[in-house]
Design a protein around this ligand. Structure first.
Ligand code: NAD
Length: 351
């Protein structure tokens, strides 16, 4: 099995690459531009494996991606490369439209060109998994869950660009017959999560006794999924998902943001005691514009049709994650030093 993974030097992509290369033994080509969010240190565990190769390329670059298809000849594409940080999309949407919309367009076109020339059996077996987010569905009230039938209603430039890319992916199935499957997942957390995102930011700020900036009153709810559970789900969806279908992925772990931050503080009190509770560092900051109130996923289709189940509950996953950051300074320190941050002189929190 040869799998071309885009965005494999990022947070979720690197978990996918580790899973495919180490657990499954597949041949993997990681294609990544190595933006600020991508680093080869995230896939260090596979660097010497004979079944892994890396190509530094922009998914918008037609000739580089065409060459990658021609030389690697993938059986499967798992497309994760994207600009992913909501706050950055608010201050600069251009990269999001270019990479998430035009980059996905280019991936679909290059895949179509390659797939259309395959012999019948390989053509039949080929799959393109387009990886997306639950943010395309907009915001929930107190009740209800996002299902695969929930209408799209994105709030931010990030989620609007992802929604656009999902529509392109679906259109390439209906118009050209390209065998695409789409997945929409809730918030991920776990090792190798870039230090600007909510959970790593809180762990590292707590470690350095810096303020823990929480948007508004911290009541926004996210449905957290451990990244390795997501990687397994994506492998399963790419292998057995039905062409043209969407699969929602979520861990049934709804938490208010403030609860997440308080849990991290409690864990830090044990793992990194300073004599004073870390919760004293919590600082409420002006809310993000267009901040969605609640995301929560109904993953019934994935669970019943493909037999997937999240293995990590939030309490064990968050404990492992805090411990991982405390033990892996080598990974995050160079990344954290690389930027100046936003409000409060800190990096903005949140997915
Ligand atoms: P990330 O920002 O950690 O990683 C993105 C990777 O894509 C980086 O390695 C970056 O270098 C690469 N990249 C960016 N632009 C590129 C380009 N033009 N060409 C080639 N590579 C490029 O993101 P992530 O959190 O790992 O998310 C991966 C995918 O999963 C995204 O499509 C995102 O929308 C989706 N997703 C993320 C979450 C989450 O909670 N993080 C949840 C659901 C879905």
């Amino acid at each position: 099995m040869r799998v071309l993974v885009t965005g494999g030097a990022g947070f979720i992509g690197s978990a996918v690459v580790r899973h495919l290369v180490i657990v499954k033994g597949y041949d993997v080509l990681t294609v990544d531009k190595l933006t600020y969010a991508g680093t080869l240190t995230s896939i260090k565990e596979v660097e010497n494996r004979p079944n892994h190769r890396f190509l530094k390329a922009d998914i918008c670059d037609r000739s580089a991606i065409t060459d990658a298809f021609a030389s690697f000849r993938p059986d499967r594409v798992m497309h994760l490369a994207a600009e992913s940080h909501v706050d950055r999309s608010i201050t600069g949407a251009r990269d999001f439209v270019e990479t998430n919309v035009m980059g996905t367009f280019n991936m679909l076109e290059c895949a179509r060109e390659f797939w259309s020339r395959l012999p019948p059996a390989e053509k039949e077996a080929f799959r393109f998994l387009h990886v997306s987010t639950d943010e395309v569905y907009g915001s929930l009230g107190d009740e209800g869950l996002f299902t695969e039938e929930t209408p799209y209603d994105p709030s931010s430039p990030y989620s609007a660009s992802k929604a656009s890319s999902d529509h392109l992916a679906k259109a390439w199935v209906r118009t050209y017959g390209l065998p695409v499957v789409v997945s929409n997942c809730s918030n991920n957390y776990g090792p190798y999560h870039f230090p600007e995102k909510l959970i790593p930011l809180m762990i590292l700020n707590a470690l350095e006794a810096k303020p823990l900036p929480v948007y508004g009153n911290g009541a926004n709810i996210r449905d957290w999924l451990y990244v390795e559970d997501h990687a397994r789900a994506l492998d399963l969806i790419a292998e057995r998902g039905r062409i043209g279908e969407t699969y929602n992925v979520g861990g049934r772990n709804e938490r208010r943001n403030i609860e997440v931050v308080e849990r991290i503080c409690t864990l830090m009190d044990t793992l990194h005691p300073t004599g004073a509770p870390h919760s004293r560092l919590i600082t409420h900051v002006t809310d993000r514009p267009g901040h969605d109130a609640r995301y929560a996923i109904d993953a019934t289709k994935l669970e019943t049709e493909l037999g997937w189940k999240a293995q990590e509950d939030f309490d064990s996953g968050i404990s492992k994650t805090v411990a991982w950051y405390l033990e892996n300074r080598w990974w995050w320190e160079p990344l954290r030093e690389g930027y100046s941050g936003g409000r409060l002189g800190l990096v903005e929190p949140q997915k």
